[in-house]
Design a protein around this ligand. Structure first.
Ligand code: GMT
Length: 383
């Protein structure tokens, strides 16, 4: 099948999932066209059957805001016609589902029917999409999709609670390429580059937005490092980075916390990590937690959103209420208390990640694509 994938190309779970999905679909014989404003970060090479089409939005002095949706829908129309694309998969509803629907309508005028699959990822529903400024357009574009998926049961429940959705939502969890992770299983982790032999390595990976509760990460680590020699790896960039650096200075732990910025080597960093912290305010799934688990790193997370569908309490790590730093610290110290306990949690984390292997999940998307084709055909025949 010829498939167009629209996503955010930056560091962030939805873009990562979309990129990995497209890459695997190409391996399975589909022709994939990524359409976005920049080459997706994890799209390492433009392999056979993978194309990338950049959406350009020319500057014009009259515009306070550049009309990206307009440029995206025009690009979609052009690429669908040029390459004979048969299906559109948009990741993150805002504004992708809206632009996708406009493209669909434009193509319909020319007798081309383009089924659209919309994958809801998180804040497109919970934080941003639910805002009164966006809600009517988000509701409309969800209902106009031929197939809608959400990355967790929790996100599906949120969507049904917050929006007047009239079509079914399929839960398709996020995934990781376990084979790739195993192939990359760095045996020489260069751990000694980051910490002394007796030091525990705690890691956090995110885009450092408020919703990630970065200050909780620092406070939890501060309490851990008082009990045992340890280092904290902070991976990512975002608005909370500077305040976090300041807090480390105030607490006098700046020499124990390493801010690594955005990294293409998350696997390597996880390889030498002993514990992963994800105390988010909201998290529809928590792809970062799954990546950690697949590298054998136990997770201390909040119990918000879909995190309990990924991180199994008492098995791959522990979950606590949002903001309960004391409980998170207590549980972290329990995992780290001795080598045997830590090793048990490490192997449990790895085992719990297996069900999210891409080979289990990508065929589910493929099946839904055929369903979308059918839905679109039925809709258009009955018009
Ligand atoms: O929704 C966001 O905040 C951005 C989005 C992203 O692009 O990283 O994150 C969401 O989608 C990820 C991939 O499906 C999930 O793993 C994250 O949990 C989810 N983030 C939130 O719900 C805050």
């Amino acid at each position: 099948m010829k498939i167009a994938i629209v996503c955010y190309p930056t560091f962030g779970g939805s873009g990562v999932v979309a990129t990995e999905l497209g890459t695997e679909l190409a391996k399975r014989g589909h022709e994939i066209h990524f359409i976005t404003y920049k080459q997706p970060v994890r799209l390492e090479l433009l392999a056979n059957k993978i194309h990338f089409h950049e959406v350009n939005v020319p500057e014009y002095p009259l515009f306070k805001y550049q009309p990206y949706e307009l440029a995206l829908s025009s690009k979609l129309v052009d690429m669908v016609k040029l390459y004979g694309i048969e299906l559109l998969h948009v990741h993150y509803a805002i504004p992708h589902a809206y632009a996708g629907y406009m493209a669909k309508k434009m193509l319909e005028e020319e007798g081309i029917f383009l089924p659209m699959v919309t994958t809801l990822h998180g804040t497109d529903i919970t934080l941003v999409g639910n805002h009164p400024f966006y809600k009517p357009a988000v509701t409309f574009s969800i209902n106009k999709s031929d197939v809608v998926t959400s990355v967790s049961q929790s996100l599906k429940d949120d969507t049904l609670r917050l929006f007047d959705v009239k079509i079914p939502i399929d839960v398709v969890p996020n995934f990781i390429d376990l084979q790739k992770h195993q192939k990359n299983a760095y045996t020489d982790c260069q751990r000694d580059m980051m910490a002394d032999k007796d030091e525990i390595i705690v890691t956090h990976v995110s885009n450092f937005r408020k919703v990630k509760r970065i200050m909780d990460v620092i406070h939890i680590f501060n309490k851990i490092q008082k009990k045992m020699p340890s280092k904290l790896m902070m991976v990512g960039e975002g608005p909370e980075k500077e305040p976090a650096e300041k807090l480390c200075q105030e607490l006098g732990i700046e020499d124990k916390v390493v801010f690594l910025g955005n990294s293409d080597e998350v696997d390597k960093i996880l390889c030498f990590s002993d514990l992963f912290l994800l105390p988010s305010e909201k998290e529809s799934f928590g792809l970062a937690a799954l990546e950690a688990m697949s590298c054998g790193v136990p997770v201390i997370s909040s119990n918000t959103g879909g995190l309990s569908e990924v991180n199994i309490d008492g098995v791959s790590g522990y979950l606590s209420n949002v903001g309960d730093i004391e409980d998170m610290t207590k549980k972290a110290l329990y995992i780290l208390k001795d080598k045997n306990t830590l090793n048990q949690f490490k192997s449990n984390a790895k085992a719990a990640a297996v069900k999210f292997d891409l080979h289990n999940i990508v065929p589910v998307y493929e099946k839904l694509y055929f369903q979308a084709l059918e839905n679109s055909l039925t809709k258009n025949l009955t018009k």
